[in-house]
Each structure stands twice: as structure tokens, then as C-alpha cells.
Design a protein around this ligand. Structure first.
Ligand SMILES: [Zn+2]
Length: 327
């Protein structure tokens, strides 16, 4: 199978009450960990590449690694692994065009920091080029707080999506999916202590997602796929391993998985996960180094890191996204 768009994936996900996982990729081990999990669980997959990932690994390396993953699934498991390759947070028409010309099947144009009219104009320009080339487009309304690669937004500058704007935005731009802000946040430090309460173990409990906004948006856009960014759950077992093995990540906290599961049952068809991959990998490597101070072969510590990513992704596919067996 070749790389596919998310069109069919989203239609089935919307009707089936589940979501597709969109995992950020940066290197071979991360791509292998994610795709091996998807093979095992027969799950459709979106692999997404940020501007920073493209700068780090180069476009062609990531494309060839993803093509290799599809070929490997076919050869080793006889399985047609459906993968959509998506640009995460495209910020200019030129960047989107370059990814479309380079074989991506989906791009995000993030005009959320612009005025409503400027966001529409930029998004429409990308949609016209993308649709001419058989590529789908994700737009964004509302801004998430937090840090993701080159996207940095303070809590004061973040804003929830205004449901009264979504119909006009979608009809005037022609986007295929829409990212909205309902209280998720980028990075491993999604919320300040002041925004949270603490549970009995002293762990921060974040404010609940604004399902009222999601409900209002989905009522206004029936059948239309909604996207959640900043949706890592920052598993506390990884944070604990990191902190116990020389790391320092106090008060790292994410979105509770049951809230993501609830969103996936509704109009949310794509859930972005990046920080949890980083945490799984970092926890594994920190633990490995602490236990084997004399080891220096990268294969020794990257192999368990790849396994840690695989098992974390399997858990997401089955217990959070509900997309296992849907490929
Ligand atoms: Zn994002």
C-alpha cells in the first residue's frame, strides 16, 4: 500500500466512534516503535512531521523511513498498513507546498495566531493548492497554550475556539478537518500549579476539557472531523522514572486519558500525541544508563527505548483512541 490521505480514515472514525492517533516522528526508532505497534494492533495511523522535525532529520529521510515501514509491514506481516503523512503546524503557504510537493498526503496550516480574516485567506490558499494535488488540509481556530517545537503560546494568549465561527471558517476555506482549542495544551508542562488542584499523591489534577465547546462545534458541523492537539497524557510512571534516574521534571502533567477517550467517541477523529513519545523514550534511556553506566553502544539503549515507544503506543491505540482492528 502507498501512503494514503486521512479522508477515509476520518469518515470511518467519525461513524465508528473512535479516533486516529497522530504521532510525531523524528527518527528511525520512533517511526519503528509506532508502526510496529500499529501493525500488531491493525490500526490506521497518521505520522506527523513538524517544521522542527523536518529541519532535524530532513524531509527525504523521514519519507523514506515511513515508506520503509509500510514495505516492512507488507513483507514481514503481509499487512497493508495505512499511513497518512501529515505536516504538523505548517505556518506558511511555502512550507505546506514544499511538503505537498514532497509526497505528504495531509498538511496543517496553522493560521490560529492571525486575525479571523487572515486565517481564512491563508488557509484557503493552502486548500486550493492541496486539493489540486489530492492532499487534505487541517485548519485551526482558537489557540492552545504551551510549547511545541517552534510554536509557543503563553496561557494568557491562549483562547478557546469560538463555536460561532466554525461554520463560516470551514465553508469559506474548504478545509477537510479542524483543530479546536478546548483546554488541551502543548508540551509536558500543560498547566501551571495555579490552574490545577492536587490529588492525595501530590500530583497536579488539570481542569477538565471544555466538552461544552466540543459539543457546540460538532452540532454546527455534523459529520465533520475535529482534531485535538496537545493531547499527551504525560504518564506519571514515565515522569517518575525520569525523576528517579537523574532527570528533573517537577509537575509535568497531561490530559487524563478517559477525557481523550470521551472526545474520541464523538466528533474528534484525530488526537495528536508527541510528548508521551518523548517521555517514554527518555525514561527508558535514563533508566538504562543508570543501570548500565559502562555501556556505550547506541543500539543497547535505543532498543529498549523503541520497545517503550511501541508498548506506550499500543496502549493508546487500544485504550484511548479505540482504533485497534480498524485498518
Ligand atoms: Zn499542535
Amino acid at each position: 500500500m502507498a501512503i494514503v490521505t486521512s479522508k477515509e480514515m476520518f469518515k470511518k472514525a467519525y461513524d465508528g466512534g473512535y479516533a486516529i492517533g497522530a504521532f510525531n516522528v523524528n527518527n528511525m526508532e520512533i517511526i519503528q516503535g509506532i508502526t510496529e505497534a500499529a501493525m500488531e494492533k491493525h490500526a490506521p495511523l497518521i505520522l506527523q512531521v513538524s517544521k522542527g522535525a523536518r529541519a532535524y532529520a530532513k524531509h527525504v529521510y523521514l519519507m523514506k523511513l515511513i515508506e520503509a515501514a509500510i514495505a516492512d509491514a507488507e513483507q514481514s506481516a503481509g499487512f497493508d498498513l495505512p499511513i497518512c503523512v501529515h505536516l504538523d503546524h505548517g505556518d506558511t503557504f511555502e512550507l505546506c507546498k514544499s511538503c505537498i510537493d514532497g509526497g505528504f498526503t495531509s498538511v496543517m496550516i496553522d493560521g490560529s495566531s492571525k486575525s479571523f480574516e487572515d486565517n481564512i485567506a491563508l488557509t484557503k490558499q493552502v486548500v486550493e493548492y492541496a486539493h489540486d494535488h489530492g492532499v487534505v488540509v487541517e485548519g485551526e481556530l482558537g489557540t492552545l497554550a504551551g510549547v511545541e517545537d517552534e510554536v509557543k503560546v503563553s496561557a494568557e494568549d491562549s483562547s478557546y475556539t469560538r463555536p460561532e465561527e466554525v461554520e463560516e471558517f470551514v465553508s469559506r476555506t474548504g478545509v477537510d478537518s479542524l483543530a479546536i482549542a478546548i483546554g488541551t495544551s502543548h508540551g509536558a508542562y500543560k498547566f501551571t500549579a495555579a490552574q490545577c488542584t492536587r490529588n492525595a499523591d501530590g500530583i497536579l489534577v488539570p481542569p477538565p476539557l471544555r466538552f461544552d465547546i466540543l459539543d457546540e462545534v460538532s452540532k454546527r458541523l455534523p459529520g465533520f472531523p475535529i482534531v485535538l492537539h496537545g493531547s499527551s497524557s504525560v504518564p506519571q510512571e514515565f515522569v517518575k522514572i525520569i525523576n528517579e534516574n537523574g532527570g528533573k521534571m517537577p509537575d509535568a502533567v497531561g490530559i487524563p486519558e478517559e477525557q481523550l477517550r470521551q472526545a474520541a467517541r464523538g466528533a474528534v477523529c484525530k488526537i495528536n500525541i508527541d510528548s508521551d513519545l518523548r517521555l517514554a523514550m527518555t525514561a527508558s534511556i535514563r533508566k538504562y544508563f543508570a543501570e548500565h553506566p559502562d555501556h556505550f553502544d547506541p543500539r543497547q539503549y535505543l532498543k529498549p527505548a523503541r520497545i517503550a515507544i511501541k508498548s506506550m503506543v499500543e496502549h493508546k491505540l487500544v485504550d484511548v483512541l479505540g482504533c485497534d482492528g480498524k485498518a
